[in-house]
Design a protein around this ligand. Sequence first.
Ligand code: FES
Ligand code: FE2
Length: 335
Amino acid sequence: VTTFCDNDALRNNWFVVALVTDIGEQPRAISLLGDRFVIWRSADGELVAAEDRCPHREAPLSAGSVKEGTLTCRYHGWTFGDQGRCLSVPSASKTSQVPVRAHLTTLQVTEKYGLVWLCPGVTTSEVPVVVEDSDPSFHRFNTPIQQWAASATRMVDNFLDTAHFAFVHDVSIGSGINPRVATFDVQPLDDWFTGYIYDVLVANPEEAHSTLGDSATASLVHMTTGFALPFIVRGTMQFPNGVRQVLMLSSTPVDDLNSLFTFAIWRNDDEPEAEIVNFELQIDAEDQLMVEMLDGPLPLEGGRLVSVRSDKGSEVWRRELVRLLVSNVPRQPAK
Ligand code: FES
Ligand SMILES: [Fe+2]
């Protein structure tokens, strides 16, 4: 299963496609799993999502405009309101009915953690719950959506791996640290995430002092790293001064080889946002440089890759992803 984007079962999941603040006055085009979608806000402020294709002559609806929550197609001016209902066909006489099939099939879309989550199929599951989000002692930072020339499968494999710290992050958190990874077990971390718990001695360069709340040359951080299928990774960190940080990394397949990336951070202290976010952006840029060198998607079939004990986290994720992909749920919704 090297190509995974056209997998039907994969579509029945939530994907982060934008920041909430990215959806403004005008319709927004979204590229996801090799298809194009459009998102806009209806008059009551709810998000509306549909395929980015007008039922009339397939013009991209994202090229149209939105006024008072109604989207007008750029090509012949058909208009679409709440729930994607076609409201008017300007070329038709006042008395003729709007064709039934002119209504858009809308998709599940929701807002959580400052992010817009879209399901291009059908899902009954919730967006993974980060419990700190409803804890008033924590506050959240979001960062702009980036596009990486890397497969989401390569990204998640990287985010679940700590054996690369001493190498890929040799100028930041990995500077001079012991490359040996302690033995760990993979287990449910809570109702939403599966992963492992460990302590790691990370380097503490000047730029990390705010994040680690510490100015020693290295800090022992108590961490968990886990995944929620298909492509969400969560890291939790407890620093020596007791401060906790939660990082949620989202990798969304634009197609098999390109992905959207963003992260959200929750913290229970008052360190300045810029320092926390910039340090994490630096680490992620180091990962990006590495995963963009990797050719194609991660081989998902067992036996193609040589894995060792420290790959256990990503191996469990890879097996569960394959199980999801072969679960063979019929593709929906077809009109
Ligand atoms: S293609 Fe949209 S109105 Fe004709
Ligand atoms: Fe990394």
